[in-house]
Ligand binder design. Structure first.
Ligand code: AP5
Ligand code: MG
Length: 219
């Protein structure tokens, strides 16, 4: 049986942090639409050039571009057993596309974990975030500092602050989340897949809660 899990939550909720940990624990890839866009931006691909204008303004990249990109990623052999989806789907059209893609693969979505965190905490988390250049490993100046300042503990690459983590852009991203993505919570609740997770706990505790929820689901 395959394990496709969606992590849903506002900017700074901890999707990336938890997706990396869940992927490792469950032995499936971490598929982050934001990371794939950033990788394309770094390599100055055509996709990266298109995505940049939207990302810099805190807006969503158009559905057709995003859906095509995720379809390609999920078609790779490493996703045969499943994936932890971080940041996709984010609109009703993307949710529909994911359901269609999984049907074509003869797979089901196992669960949608909705990470809930108060709005004032989101700004502190995003503004203090440090991201590794090489692989997107995530740290925080205060809440999850690296052992050596400015250097990723895992691969030794440089840590940087995401340009879209400026305060005004974060506030816009939160508004976009409320408008475009929050309606998906009800959609997945109705389909019986939604599980709520309180994201305002230490990182390890949130992971343990998620694993317990996924294990119950598998029983
Ligand atoms: P994306 O990169 O997905 O950004 P996001 O959704 O805004 O989410 P973040 O990455 O900011 O937060 P996160 O929930 O991953 O939190 P993290 O674990 O890092 O998307 C960027 C842009 O790409 C979008 O704005 C859009 O333009 C485009 N895009 C992406 N997907 C798209 C799609 N599907 N459709 C259209 N456009 C799309 O944690 C945050 C910080 O908090 C870190 O520093 C971490 O160390 C810390 N932290 C985490 N958990 C805890 C905890 N429990 N306690 C204390 N600190 C914690
Ligand atoms: Mg993220």
């Amino acid at each position: 049986m395959s394990t496709f899990v969606v992590l849903l939550g506002p900017p700074g909720a901890g999707k990336g942090t938890q997706a990396l940990r869940l992927a490792k624990s469950m032995g499936v890839p971490h598929v982050s639409s934001g990371d794939i866009f950033r990788e394309n931006l770094k390599n100055q691909t055509e996709l990266g050039v298109i995505a940049k204008t939207y990302i810099d303004q805190g807006q969503l990249v158009p559905d057709d571009v995003t859906i095509g990109m995720i379809r390609d990623r999920l078609s790779r052999p490493d996703c045969k057993e499943g994936a932890i989806l971080d940041g996709f789907p984010r609109t009703p059209l993307q949710a529909e596309a994911l359901e269609q893609i999984l049907r074509e693969f003869n797979c089901d979505l196992c669960a949608v974990l909705h990470i809930k965190v108060d709005e004032e905490i989101l700004a502190r988390r995003t503004c203090g975030r440090l991201t590794c250049r090489k692989a997107g490993h995530i740290f925080h100046m205060e809440f999850n500092p690296p052992k050596v300042a400015g250097i990723c503990d895992i691969d030794g690459s440089e840590l940087y602050q995401r340009p879209d983590d400026m305060r005004e852009t974060v506030l816009e991203r939160i508004e976009v989340y409320k408008r475009e993505t929050e309606p998906l919570i009800e959609h997945f609740r109705e389909s019986g897949l939604l599980r709520e997770v309180d994201g305002d706990h230490p990182i390890e505790e949130v992971t343990a809660t998620m694993i317990a929820l996924l294990e119950n689901k598998a029983d």
